[in-house]
Design a protein around this ligand. Sequence first.
Ligand code: PLP
Length: 381
Amino acid sequence: MEMQFIYADNAATTKMSDVAVKAMLPYLQETYANASSVHILGQRSAAALFSARQQLAQLLHCAPKELFFTSGGSEADNQALISAAAIGRQQGKRHIISTAMEHHAILHTLEALEEQGFTITLLRPQKDGIVTAAQIAAALTDETCLVSVMYANNETGAIQPIKEIGALCRQRGVLFHTDAVQAAGHVDIDVQRDNIDMLSLSAHKFHGPKGVGLLFAKSSIQLTSLIRGGGQERGKRAGTENLPGIVGLAAAFKDAQEQMAPNTAYITKLRDALRAGLEQIPGASFNGSREHCLPGTVNYSFQGVNGEALLSLLANAGICCSSGSACSAGSLEPSHVLLALGLSSEMAQSALRFSLCTYNTMDEVQTIINKVADAVKHLRR
Ligand SMILES: *Cc1c(COP(=O)(O)O)cnc(C)c1O
């Protein structure tokens, strides 16, 4: 018999929803034409592409022409930063502000821009994993061309004061990008209300397909294309559109948006039970913000315990979650996010992240708590 498992790693990726799978199916074998083809089937593909874009624009409160489909969150992040840097270069502004807890799609792109002569300020979040608008204000200079702050963090789930940071940037005439890959589908996003100039999201983090995402860029922003070729996405992203993926993205996002209130209520109940249970474990300490956070993300360090050993015991027990370390160049490095919060390497390396979704149950949460408690006890012996 195949081993039973509990999936609590939804911040890494999610299972596709029935809604998204059903929406995609017709575009795999029926309406499979290239959306650029002028024939009848191509017109049907173009119509589906048009309505997916329109639906997403409505949900995000922007114009359809401000959306650019990409291969995922990483590509959207790369294109946002590279485009803003190109605009900055034209204006003689070469300073970018971001945070030390961003995803590597942001951090590594910033490293590349630094090599090209940009000055990068990486702000450290407060102990609760939140960067304040006051920190951004203090870092802004006349040279600043871009501020990029993630909407919610992938390890702690901490939600950033995006609306406030956006308002500040708008007032100072600086472009504002947010990596909303963790937040999209889980918290309500409105690019107008939140004063966002550019935003990245990715379908596979909200029960859509992998390999498709989007970049929102206000119509006043001239994007730099990373992929040269045909004129798709108004010349800003060449390559035949991933129509099944785009349709799946739109369906998953609409579903997530429509079900957000009941989903949040359900996941929050599970999350609160998980927090309460893990807090009973001696030496457990909470990482992140208890109030300003995604409903499903839970991160704890377990003092004196090796996170990798813990992870592997849990893996043997059929529990899928993540640790506070990442494999980089063949060695285990403590998470840069937890270090940025001020944790010691040891505490960062003893961390576990659980990320829940609506497919999880209270029984599973109870099993997770029991297995973690057993594993921690075992490792401390
Ligand atoms: C997953 C993730 C990404 C990368 O998205 P992909 O679609 O996997 O490329 C970027 N930023 C954050 C915060 C993420 O969680």
